[in-house]
Design a protein around this ligand. Structure first.
Ligand SMILES: Cc1cc2nc3c(=O)[nH]c(=O)nc-3n(C[C@H](O)[C@H](O)[C@H](O)COP(=O)(O)O)c2cc1C
Ligand code: SF4
Ligand code: SF4
Length: 256
């Protein structure tokens, strides 16, 4: 029986988690969102699979915090699936901190894979490339499910240059904090609350005037920016970071 936990700020990881859950269904699978579960609600199970987005060649700190808390013996096996926007060597060490955290808690990782989906920051991938990535990841999900069922261990072969990029990418975590302080909502904010109710780091407060205030606990996930119905959340300075027209995976899925 599998526990499949996903963290998906803007939908790509969730899409692939559903695909994996479909393959594992005959063997028993629980699909759970990392943000909305507390560890004491989690039952022991045979195999825990954690799916996470790659941010700055690393896993986001939301995922690291979660894994740090998993007690020894809760699961027999653990596996990791990172979802970035490329299979380039630069993402090659993305799971290294998560592996260390699991090792500290006495777990050794069975499957450790990386998949690529459309980019959710800075620029929109051309449609053709986006379709290709979605299709390839869908196919790879099938072979990953086979490896999980066979408990086929991934032999990590992490290049030195991937580790270096992974180390440098840790600066992204600091940059994200500054990014949070840059965010603000414009005059067209309709006080709907979507942003403060859905920030994975609870970094958005509702003020007395029913408008959002952004703190320094941001992970730059872009969820609030892309999901605001009035498109009124913007950073004051780093305007190049959010994709101008926003990001929606469903745009590619409906045309696909
Ligand atoms: C702040 C930020 C940093 C990112 N850094 C990387 C990266 O280092 N490597 C990469 O391949 N993709 C990177 N991406 C792209 C996402 O990992 C990728 O699009 C992922 O599929 C998003 O998953 P989600 O839609 O479930 O959030 C980054 C995205 C964001 C928002
Ligand atoms: S999601 Fe947008 S419109 Fe809704 S409260 Fe937040 S800033 Fe205002
Ligand atoms: S403030 Fe916005 S970008 Fe930052 S973590 Fe929350 S939802 Fe993500």
């Amino acid at each position: 029986m599998y526990t499949l936990i996903y963290f998906s700020p803007t939908g790509n990881v969730f899409y692939l988690a559903k695909s994996l859950a479909k393959y594992l269904k005959p063997f028993g699978v629980q699909l759970l969102p990392l943000e909305f579960i507390s560890l004491n609600q989690l039952e022991s199970n045979e195999h825990l699979v954690v799916m996470y987005p790659i941010h700055g060649f690393n896993a986001p700190r939301t995922v690291k915090r979660f894994i740090r808390q998993i007690p020894l013996g809760r699961y027999k096996d653990v596996s990791l699936i990172g979802v970035g926007s490329s299979l380039h060597w630069m993402n090659g060490a993305a799971s290294s901190d998560l592996r260390k955290l699991f090792a500290k808690n006495g777990y050794s990782v069975i499957v450790d894979e990386i998949l690529a989906m459309p980019l959710t920051i800075i620029l929109s991938f051309p449609d053709d490339l986006a379709y290709k990535l979605i299709q390839e990841s869908d196919e790879k999900m099938k072979s990953i499910s086979k490896s999980l069922l066979e408990r086929k261990q991934t032999i990590p072969c992490v290049k030195g240059k991937s580790l270096l990029v992974n180390f440098l990418g840790k600066a992204e975590s600091f940059a994200s904090k500054l990014f949070g302080l840059e965010l603000h909502a414009g005059k067209t904010c309709n006080s709907c609350g979507i942003c403060w109710n859905n920030c994975p780091e609870k970094n958005i407060k509702c003020m007395d005037n029913n408008k959002p205030k952004f703190g320094s606990n941001c992970i730059m996930c872009m969820r609030c920016i892309y999901s605001c119905p009035e498109k009124t959340i913007t950073p004051r300075f780093s305007k190049f970071l959010p994709i101008k027209q926003g990001y929606s995976l469903s745009k590619y899925l409906t045309k696909h």
